[in-house]
Write a protein that binds this ligand. Structure first.
Ligand code: GLU
Length: 433
């Protein structure tokens, strides 16, 4: 008999965890790595990891701080909290004092702790990032998926939010809004944010605004909803996406002053679990959040490359009769392959999970099925993370390539070939069904 068990082992697992596999994003990454190590051709559109290197000035700051070895305050290094407060003021025009900022080992962990300490339902639009709902399930919260429409950019509408809240207006709820969004890259205009903020205020909702892709808005026009609902919005961001540092695991939350009770409860859990984020990483993050010319140039080039790539892929998919609006930021596309339903059905493919499996086996494309983002199984949606290219090489080239004009197809075929080929292979495969 194994230790810790008297019968079959999983009888002794917490019910909230039983049956949950590894997160879809990490699962597809491990699977892609295994296939690659076995010599298969894989187009890695599964995990949403930034293709770009950490900016040189930030990497140097990490090297210079490698000697930092002390435990840091649970809430984060004070210089870093100051730098984040300045960053949010400068970029978003929202006032969060350093005291309102909490640093964690990735915004994902902070989201989990928030759900643990806040006793309210989780409200998310479908589709949403793969981990919000499993986190709620693990801590035993109810999840409400709000309906959206593809022809409205899968956006959460004030009407849908109001409809959910009206019958039970004082129920505690945590709403997560993420834009530019994972898994589709669409964003909200100032008017749309304002309309959502009004509903949030009416029902005293806690809004967690996941702005991790904010800096990757192609037009650099991202706005925080904290401008419109400052008293109830927690802003979440970090270094993973705009600073190419997913593996550094550094995320931040900025709280309104009226929600310090939540911040303090989260700090209690943090102090009893991870203690504080790695010291050298926090010191280097100060440099990242201080910004400056090098970082601005890095972001301009990152946006330019991602924008051109999105544009090429959307045009290629549209040429194959797949309706898809141009994303506004991030590095994801979320097409619906409905026009090929009959042909796919003839091949025994009825669900988005089967679709992604067949794509991986027959074309080498690693993608994630719509179901992982809360879409119905029968819908033929999937997420393509267009990140399979050497970001350092592309950035260096984009710096001098045809300034003032969008990057052309020659650039994309030279520096982002796998993403270009992957889209073309998918379209060829669909046409040949
Ligand atoms: N956010 C990224 C994605 O959706 C990966 C990070 C993660 O899921 O932990 O693919």
């Amino acid at each position: 008999m194994d230790p810790g068990t008297s019968k079959s082992p999983d009888v002794h697992l917490n019910l909230n965890v039983r049956g949950l596999g590894v997160s879809a994003t990490l699962g597809i990454n491990e699977r892609s790595n295994t296939l690659l190590s076995q010599g298969h051709q894989v187009y890695r559109l599964g995990l949403g990891q930034s293709p770009f290197p950490v900016p040189q000035v930030v990497e140097s700051a990490l090297q210079q701080n490698a000697w930092q070895k002390d435990y840091l305050p649970v809430m984060g290094l004070s210089e870093l909290r100051q730098a984040v407060s300045d960053y949010l003021g400068r970029n978003e025009g929202v006032a969060f004092t350093p005291d309102n900022v909490m640093v964690g080992p990735g915004s994902k962990e902070l989201m989990f702790i928030l759900q643990l300490v806040y006793y309210g339902d989780l409200v998310i639009p479908t589709p949403s990032w793969v981990s919000y709902a499993p986190q709620a399930r693990i801590v035993g919260r109810q999840v409400h998926w709000l309906p959206t429409r593809a022809d409205n950019g899968w956006k959460l509408t004030p009407e849908a939010l109001d409809q959910l809240c009206r019958p039970d207006p004082s129920r505690p709820r945590l709403v997560i809004l993420n834009y530019p969004a994972n898994p589709h890259g669409y964003s909200y205009s100032g008017d749309e944010l304002q309309a959502l903020a009004e509903v949030a205020r009416r029902y005293r909702l806690i809004l967690l605004s996941d702005e991790i892709y904010g800096e990757l808005d192609f037009q650099a026009t991202h706005q925080s909803i904290a401008r419109y609902y400052p008293e109830g919005t927690i802003v979440s961001t970090g270094l993973s996406k705009w600073c190419g540092a997913g593996g550094w695991r550094l995320g931040v939350f900025a709280f309104p002053s009226g929600l310090h009770w939540l911040r303090d409860a989260m700090a209690t859990v943090a102090s009893e679990t991870y203690t504080s984020v790695a010291a050298p990483i926090q010191h280097a993050a100060v440099r990242a959040f201080r910004g400056g010319v090098e970082l601005e140039q890095y972001l301009v080039c990152s946006r330019r490359i991602l924008h051109a790539l999105a544009d090429f892929q959307v045009r290629t998919l549209r040429d194959a009769d797949i309706e898809l609006d141009m994303p506004e930021g991030a590095f994801y596309l979320f097409p619906d392959l409905q026009p090929y339903r009959n042909a796919l059905q003839n091949r025994g493919i009825h669900t988005n999970v089967q679709l992604c499996e067949a794509l991986l086996e027959e074309t080498g494309l690693a993608t994630l099925p719509g179901q992982a983002f809360g879409r119905p199984e029968q819908e033929l949606t999937l997420r393509m993370a267009y990140v399979d290219f050497d970001g350092a090489r592309a950035l260096a080239a984009a710096d001098n390539y045809m300034p003032e004009t969008p990057l052309d197809e020659t650039f994309l075929r030279t520096y982002c070939l796998n993403c270009v080929t992957a889209t073309e292979r998918m379209v060829d495969w669909l046409r040949a069904l």
